[in-house]
Design a protein around this ligand. Structure first.
Ligand SMILES: [Zn+2]
Ligand SMILES: [Zn+2]
Length: 532
């Protein structure tokens, strides 16, 4: 009870702080606070022109050991290689559909190297709106038409597009979108009922040029944990929801929100467009066809590159996280009763430590769980973060094996030296030849490999943000209702309107939203931590 009280008190403080800046409803994401170590600009820009002169899919062999004089492409310094990976927009292309008060430039607006107190960074400014154009495949069309609630998800009971059609990001494909109004420039009809439509974000992100392995790894937390090379937010696996709102069995967004994503697949929370799983439209833009090690798709907040799913020609990088087997009563990772989710692993990094019975059992694996969007999701092992454990034997040093952070040291296209990097992880679907399933932890985690700097792009709020020992999102700023809106399946405006001016009346707000106070509290962001 004391914990709940203090949470509410902190929430009130947070909302009071938020009210101070509420004259800026379009405030930037809280994660973009400038580096706290500099009161005056001390950045020096060096050769920003390199941002546009190099192909992001440079064809340097991943692990070349040839001396520079014998290869045709220049050997890039690490800094130049990092800069070259970003998808800049020198032509000033603007979004086909999404607009604000003015047309929005897509992809990345600037990439430059900058030094702060002797530490080199890649400094990226981006709108957060991608320039995706997606060619719908047979699989896409089958998924759209086969949605269990297609009759109400689409205004005409079916999509306006089919296999072979090309769809611009935000184009109306017939969804009965509920997260934004049917007005030009919003993206109405591109997102299924539930998610809000995305808005311009103006990311101002800093990534250290030389990530350093953390001595005490930081949990990735909820919300943004990095940027893709087109300036779209990288989100971690969580959506802030859990079974029964008990924060014991934490939802994996790629599974729990399978019907709440667009065709790319992605969606927005409080206007922030993001991906949780393999970003297929970005893979298309980067021309990543699995014939070589994937290029860099993005960067995590610790500055570590995130490569696409391929570790080599036709070889998928392999997550070393494995599913617990609840169905075999004799399995060491199950709970002794077939299908029961009544126990937790004592240590997800070491399954040999055994299990412990929990007072908050999850659903049986044969159950179905209703999502916020009213879709029934199979509760088979894999729906929750607690369904996975790390199998050290799989990180065997081979080309494909990854460590507990989902990364490994190896060659990376465009980089002259072996470079530690994460991978987007997926696997061949045993039930559907030629198709894939996404595999935990999808990009990074549960902990970052590298140290987080004070200016790291992390946070976004939500229960568990930052995790144990997590780095705070920096100074002040408004509470981020991003994940709360996503978790509750309502718009941010609805949450803000329900809460009213500080101090908020949680009971009244819950009643307005038609949910319990507990559910509201579970979904609301923790207050920002004090700056470091
Ligand atoms: Zn999401
Ligand atoms: Zn790799």
């Amino acid at each position: 009870m004391g914990h709940v009280r203090s949470s509410v008190a902190l929430l009130l403080l947070a909302l009071a702080g938020w009210a101070c800046s509420s004259d800026e409803p379009t405030a930037e994401p809280t994660t973009t606070a400038p580096p706290v170590t500099t009161a005056t600009p001390t950045t020096t820009t060096t050769t920003p022109t390199t941002t546009t002169t190099l192909s992001p899919t440079s064809t340097l062999p991943p692990t070349t050991t040839l001396p520079p004089t014998t290869i045709t492409l220049p050997v890039l310094t690490r800094t130049a290689a990092l800069v070259a990976t970003w998808l800049t927009n020198p032509g000033g292309n603007t979004a086909a559909v999404i607009s604000g008060d003015a047309p929005i430039p897509v992809d990345v607006q600037s990439v430059e190297t900058a030094s702060i107190d002797g530490v080199d960074y890649i400094h990226v400014v981006a709108s957060g709106i991608p320039g995706y154009t997606h060619l719908l495949t047979d699989t896409d069309a089958t998924f759209l038409e086969g949605r269990p609630r297609a009759a109400s998800d689409f205004r005409d009971g079916q999509p306006l597009v089919g296999s072979g059609d090309t769809v611009d990001f935000g184009q109306d494909i017939g969804y009965a979108s509920s997260g934004c109004t049917d007005l030009p420039g919003t993206g109405y009809g591109f997102w299924p009922p539930g998610p809000a439509c995305p808005t311009r974000q103006d990311w101002d992100a800093w990534f250290p040029v030389e990530p350093v392995e953390a001595t005490e790894p930081t949990a990735t937390g909820l919300g943004a944990i990095g940027l893709w090379v087109n300036g779209v937010a990288v989100f971690n696996w969580g959506d802030g929801q859990s079974w029964g709102n008990e924060q014991v069995w934490l939802n994996l967004a790629p599974v729990a929100e399978a019907y709440d994503l667009d065709v790319c697949p992605g969606h927005s929370a409080m206007g922030t467009y993001h991906h949780h799983s393999h970003p297929g439209c970005l893979a298309d833009d980067l021309g990543d066809d699995g014939s070589a090690h994937s290029p860099v798709y993005g960067y995590a907040a610790d500055g570590v590159p995130i490569a696409g799913p391929w570790a080599a020609d036709s070889v998928l990088a392999r997550s070393s996280w494995r599913l617990r087997d609840y169905d075999d009563p004799d399995s060491a990772t199950g709970c002794g009763i077939a299908g029961a989710r009544t126990c937790l692993l004592l240590d997800q990094l070491d399954p040999s430590a055994g299990t412990v019975v929990t007072d908050s059992p999850g659903p049986d694996t044969s159950d179905f769980v209703r999502s916020m969007s009213g879709n029934d999701i199979s509760a088979a092992s894999g729906l929750y973060a607690q369904d996975w454990y790390f199998d050290a034997a799989l990180g065997d040093g081979s080309t494909a094996g990854l460590d507990e952070h989902n990364g490994h040291l190896g060659g990376l296209p465009g980089f002259a030296q072996p470079t530690y990097h994460y991978h987007v992880t997926r696997a061949h679907d045993p039930d559907r030849p030629g198709e894939f399933v996404d595999v935990f932890p999808f990009y990074v985690g549960p902990t970052f490999w590298g140290e987080l700097h004070d200016n790291a792009l992390v946070g976004g709020g939500g229960p568990g943000a930052g995790g144990p020992g997590g780095a705070g999102p920096g100074p002040g700023g408004p509470p981020d209702f991003t994940e709360a809106a996503e978790a509750l399946g309502v718009t941010v405006d609805a949450i803000m309107a329900a809460l009213g001016p500080p101090p908020p009346d949680l009971e009244a707000a819950a009643a307005t939203l038609g949910i319990t106070v507990e559910a509201l509290q579970a979904a609301l962001p923790l207050p920002p931590r004090p700056g470091p």
